[in-house]
Design a protein around this ligand. Structure first.
Ligand code: NAP
Length: 257
């Protein structure tokens, strides 16, 4: 175990996280049980015109939930755009999915969500690829999956806390760049934002936090508030999802969940 991980295990933030997150998870399960959401019928999404694969973009597609989602969406007949930080991991993931599903339609793009420059470059390359591919340039699904739980305070090239930029500001920017393509879809399109039950712990929303003054900054010697920062990014992502859905679902065919 590296030193950073050991420091994290010994920090009060870790133990606060362990207790509060377990309680929040329990609360979320009780809510699901109470509302009976688990039994909701599965609806199939409409498809674009005959002969065309719907296109989905999955960020953080090289491991965990993103990788599983990319494989499952390929199985559903989507042309899956896998977006990830490492070109080597992207290559390996594409090879692996292709090995299991030889007829899968896959395309990989490198992007670092903790860099504005990288997101803009990815946005332009993706738009160009979609335009070259389709008469009606559009995408049907964007899965903002990439996310981290940083063990320590790191500043990105844009001068922001790495966890805040990766988990919230980066996906916010990417979604806005890709909105024209989502709106251009002839069938209802969708943005899926990966949040977390831990947003329930992030009740400390004050003006300082919203201006980025509270989290993601700590002076030398102070331990990094990793749990609060993570919870805060997920709360921001949830509020962003609600607001974007409110703005879009009446005026366009885009829904946000
Ligand atoms: N797992 C859970 O129990 C759980 C619960 C609630 C919410 N979530 C959320 O679900 C999402 C996926 O979780 P997971 O457990 O599947 O995580 P994971 O296995 O750690 O995968 C995260 C993915 O995000 C990518 N990523 C990290 N930083 C990035 C960056 N700056 N730019 C581009 N990609 C980046 C990683 O790429 P690299 O491989 O290059 O690092 C990786 O592919 C996250 O948003 C997480 O917060 C997970």
């Amino acid at each position: 175990m590296d030193r950073e991980a050991l420091r994290m295990l010994c920090s009060p933030q870790f133990w606060r996280m362990a207790v509060l997150w377990a309680l929040s998870l329990l609360h979320s399960y009780l809510l699901v049980f109470h509302c009976g959401r688990a039994d909701a019928p599965r609806r199939r999404r409409p498809r674009p015109a005959e002969g065309r694969c719907p296109i989905c973009v999955v960020t953080g597609a090289t491991s965990g939930l993103g990788r599983a989602a990319a494989a499952a969406l390929a199985r559903e007949g989507y042309h899956v755009v896998l977006a990830g930080r490492s070109t080597q991991l992207l290559y390996e993931t594409v090879q692996e999915i292709q090995r299991q599903q030889p007829d899968a339609h896959l395309k990989e793009f490198q992007v670092d969500l903790a860099s504005f420059k990288s997101i803009k470059k990815f946005g332009s390359s993706l738009k160009q690829w979609v335009h070259e591919k389709n008469v009606e340039p559009s995408i049907q699904l964007l899965v903002n999956n990439a996310g981290i739980l940083a063990k320590s305070h790191r500043i990105t090239e844009d001068g922001l806390d790495e966890m805040i930029q990766t988990n919230y500001i980066g996906p916010f920017m990417l979604t806005n760049i890709l909105l024209p393509l989502l709106k251009n879809s002839s069938v209802p399109s969708r943005v899926v934002n990966l949040t977390s039950f831990t947003h329930r712990c992030g009740l400390d929303v004050c003006e300082d936090a919203l201006r980025g003054m509270k989290f993601g900054r700590c002076s030398i010697g102070e331990s990094y508030p990793l749990a609060s920062t993570y919870e805060y990014t997920k709360l921001c992502m949830l509020m962003f999802s609600y607001e974007l859905h409110r703005q879009l679902h009446m005026s366009s065919g885009v829904s946000v969940i």
